[in-house]
Design a protein around this ligand. Structure first.
Ligand code: FES
Length: 106
């Protein structure tokens, strides 16, 4: 398990124990975190699992691939450090990560 904090746009924090080798999106959904609808079930086809990382974590995790980038491009509140949480796998390296939930998804 890896400690992950999801932060709503209003600052409300949700600390969850995320299962390794699953996605951040799955950790959010399984723990009832608001704002992650995950309409496509993690297939990189909906962008309703959009999250924003700080620059340090974004650099550590790497940039989105072409498919993820295509889904992110038209997303409201797109930031230079946006990712789709279904495309981020939980590993020990994510211990302590904070993930911001875009306001429009709430
Ligand atoms: S759950 Fe649909 S793109 Fe992530």
């Amino acid at each position: 398990m890896t400690k992950v904090t999801f932060v709503e746009a209003n600052g409300t924090e949700h600390d969850v124990d995320a299962r390794n080798n699953r996605s951040l999106m799955q950790a959010a959904v399984q723990n009832g975190v608001p704002g992650i609808d995950a309409d496509c079930g993690g297939q990189c086809l909906c962008a309703t699992c959009h999250v924003i990382l700080d620059e340090q974590w974004y650099s550590k995790l790497g940039t989105p691939d072409a498919d993820e980038e295509q889904m992110l491009a038209p997303t409201p509140e797109r930031s230079p450090t946006s990712r789709l949480s279904c495309q981020i796998q939980v590993t020990d390296e994510l211990e302590g990560i904070k993930v911001i939930l875009p306001e429009f998804q709430m």
